[in-house]
Design a protein around this ligand. Structure first.
Ligand SMILES: [Fe+2]
Length: 214
């Protein structure tokens, strides 16, 4: 059934269409823990992922548990927010029980000149990206890049649909250590190269939120 809109105020501007995005600032202690937990013992899956980057190290169960301890709540809240938005508010999270299923997780170790071509994630419903480290000195590169009319160095870009009047199809985010973005797994995204020597490190997870009546 299509949700039925019932105005609650005399004037409203609302955004019922398109995907919901999430942003969460990760606590610095959690960022430190994730960086400390990265180990070369983890399996490198860069041959199976689209990124043109040095290493994509797959999470083991301990890392999945650690990541969920830091961002799991935000992922569940994103799910509940989107469900409520998509039902014009006619949805009560307090009547639900949520279970987070992590299908996979990995670190992305991107160095100067590397990039991640346009792609989506499959076998899940939610994906995410959290920033753990940036090359020292990248601020100077950004300062230069932002003099351009279309800055993008080391940025992630998300895209959905096509630009039309009053409908926007894409935006970029400049990574900052601690920033965490949540998005539907089918959403196109890519990461542009940067040229400052050093590592842009992030992690991603593919998850499903199972929902049952409480
Ligand atoms: Fe991705």
């Amino acid at each position: 059934m299509a949700p039925i809109f019932k105005p609650l105020k005399d004037k409203e501007f609302f955004t019922p269409f398109g995907p919901v995005m999430g942003f969460f600032k990760m606590p610095p202690a959690f960022v430190d823990q994730m960086n400390a937990a990265m180990s070369q013992q983890l399996a490198d899956h860069s041959d199976h992922l689209v990124g043109k980057v040095s290493q994509e190290l797959r999470f083991d169960q301990n890392l999945i548990n650690l990541a969920v301890s830091g961002v799991g709540q935000a992922l569940v809240e994103y799910h509940a927010f989107a469900k409520k938005r998509n039902a014009f508010g006619d949805y009560d999270p307090s009547t639900k029980r949520y279970e987070l299923q992590v299908m996979s997780g990995w670190f992305i170790r991107q160095f100067e000149t590397e990039y991640n071509p346009l792609h989506i994630h499959t076998g899940c419903t939610i994906s995410c990206a959290g920033y753990l480290n940036l090359p020292e000195g990248i601020e100077a590169e950004w300062e230069e890049d932002y003099k351009d009319h279309h800055p993008s160095h080391g940025h992630i870009q998300f895209a959905h649909g096509t630009d039309a009047a009053y409908s926007f199809s894409n935006f970029m985010a400049k990574p900052r250590v601690g920033d965490f973005y949540i998005f539907p797994s089918h959403m196109f995204h890519c990461v542009y190269p940067f040229y400052t020597k050093g590592e842009r490190r992030s992690f991603s997870m593919n998850v499903v939120v199972d929902e049952k009546d409480a």
